[in-house]
Design a protein around this ligand. Structure first.
Ligand SMILES: Cc1cc2nc3c(=O)[nH]c(=O)nc-3n(C[C@H](O)[C@H](O)[C@H](O)COP(=O)(O)OP(=O)(O)OC[C@H]3O[C@@H](n4cnc5c(N)ncnc54)[C@H](O)[C@@H]3O)c2cc1C
Length: 426
């Protein structure tokens, strides 16, 4: 498993609330459900199951939030990564409507959990999609009209070029779309809050307890180095980090590296000049840049990192991208730079399902796991309790296969990226 935490400087780690410490598994534990992975999906599912009266043990290879959940952009978007027009083309009109409803419930569950468990995670409202080209604006306009007509979505607001110049310094973007129901949060504090709530609900969480093998019959037996969990059902929530365990539905997801930097504090005045909005921003390129301002006035700027080696704080591709957007920040020092793996599917829709009778999995949110993990964790819990309607809708998504061999995955990824870049430029 790639070790991204120890060799990088993660702003969220430095600003995290005090962590609860969880023990290493050293005995045989018997529960109704075992969950592998203590990120949004694993802990969300554990919480939903505990709420339904089931006993749950969560195994985490490192510490809570070690994976994508503790190191992401924290952006909360509506819908799905390809947009709803394309989603409808992939799954058809009826299932697209159901998926849209799920993505709306996702935000509701996410905001509901933050309120119910009183999770202090810098929640802010608004997500602004910024278009660097007129043709991208036309796509945004069509997507807005589509969501309004099909689903009655009323929260998109048009941002013309003049307004964009007020909201963001610089001249990179020619306009955009503001999603008033979107938002952003401190992802590590959110996942730590979920762990606290899960513990309170009776979930047993074990850290530094990697699942090493799974025996399926008659019950599921998951073994770690020093202990094991016997359970009636198992949830695989290891996402792009499940590498070492050969059980996931790995032929539909591709691990993609994304990196984020945080600048030093800009001060109130300069921060407001750079971004006169509390919304977070994502641009409309396929290999998008995404950014937001923190409460302590640092610019957090992320994007796809296609560098093959490590790079310095002041000399890296993410900083170069930041300066394309905000050239006036050339004098500002980068203080943090970290990376993580997200799981993407070829059509950028989540891959959720049942591997065998009692083994469930969810991954491949393709950069939208902050909200989507909330509804998907509920759907997993419902499925384990016998309500299959939700999981069946995700199961009907006609995912394309990704070759298992890393030697083929990497060229496939770069070819897709190149093709999308050409389309973006055209
Ligand atoms: C840099 C970056 C930026 C992103 N930005 C955004 C964003 O702005 N908005 C958004 O919606 N999404 C974003 N995402 C995606 C989002 O973070 C993920 O979709 C989401 O966190 C997935 O959560 P998860 O719980 O499914 O998986 P993860 O959070 O990846 O958790 C998986 C966990 O499983 C554990 N694990 C793996 N194998 C084992 C094993 N054998 N035994 C025990 N434990 C194991 C890992 O250690 C890990 O902690 C981003 C991702 C990255 C990497």
């Amino acid at each position: 498993m790639p070790n991204f935490l120890t060799n990088s400087l993660n702003y969220y780690e430095d600003t995290a609330h005090k962590r609860l410490e969880f023990p290493v598994l050293k005995t045989l534990v018997s529960v109704d459900v075992c969950v592998i992975g203590a990120g949004f999906t694993g802990l969300g599912t554990a919480l939903e199951l505990a709420d339904r009266g089931l006993s749950v043990a969560v195994l985490e290879a490192k510490t809570v939030g070690y994976g994508a959940s503790g190191r992401n952009g924290g952006q909360i978007a509506s819908g799905y990564a390809p947009g709803m027009m394309e989603t409808e083309q992939i799954v058809g009109l009826d299932d697209a409507r159901k998926l849209w409803d799920f993505s709306e419930q996702a935000k509701e569950i996410l905001f509901g959990r933050i309120a119910k468990y009183n999770i202090d995670c810098d929640l802010r409202s608004g997500e602004l999609y910024a278009a660097p080209k007129k043709s991208h604006l036309r796509w945004l306009e069509a997507e807005k009209a589509f969501c309004e007509d099909r689903y009655g979505y009323e929260s998109y607001r048009w941002v013309n070029q003049e307004k964009m110049r007020v909201l963001l310094a610089g001249e990179r973007y020619v306009g955009g779309l503001l999603d008033k129901e979107g938002g952003h949060l401190h992802p590590l504090n959110y996942v730590l809050g979920l762990a606290k709530a899960a513990k309170k609900a009776g979930v047993q969480i074990f850290e530094n307890s990697a699942a090493l093998s799974i025996d399926e019959k008659p019950k599921v037996l998951v073994s770690t180095e020093n202990g094991s969990v016997s359970a009636g059902a198992l949830v695989l929530a290891g996402n792009a980090y499940l590498d070492t365990l050969e059980v996931g539905s790995h032929n539909k997801i591709l691990p993609v590296k994304s990196s984020i930097l945080a600048t030093g504090p800009l001060g109130e005045e300069r921060a407001k000049f750079i971004m006169a909005t509390e919304a977070c921003v994502a641009d409309t390129y396929f290999d998008l840049d995404y950014f937001k301002m923190t409460p302590d006035t640092r610019l957090i700027y992320g994007g796809q990192d296609i560098s093959f080696g490590s790079s310095g704080l002041q000399n890296n591709s993410i900083r170069r991208n930041m300066l394309k957007t905000f050239p006036m920040l050339a004098d500002v020092k980068v203080q943090y730079l970290w990376s993580g793996l997200l799981a993407a599917t070829r059509q950028r829709l989540p891959d959720v399902g049942r591997k065998t009778n009692n083994i469930y999995y969810a991954h491949g949110y393709s950069g939208q796991g902050v909200p989507l993990s909330a509804i998907i964790s509920r759907i997993l819990a419902e499925a384990i309790c016998g309500e299959m309607a939700g999981i069946d809708i995700f199961g009907r998504i006609p995912h394309k296969i990704i070759p298992k061999s890393k030697a083929l995955q990497i060229p496939l990824f770069y070819l897709t990226l190149l093709w999308q870049k050409i389309k973006d430029r055209l």
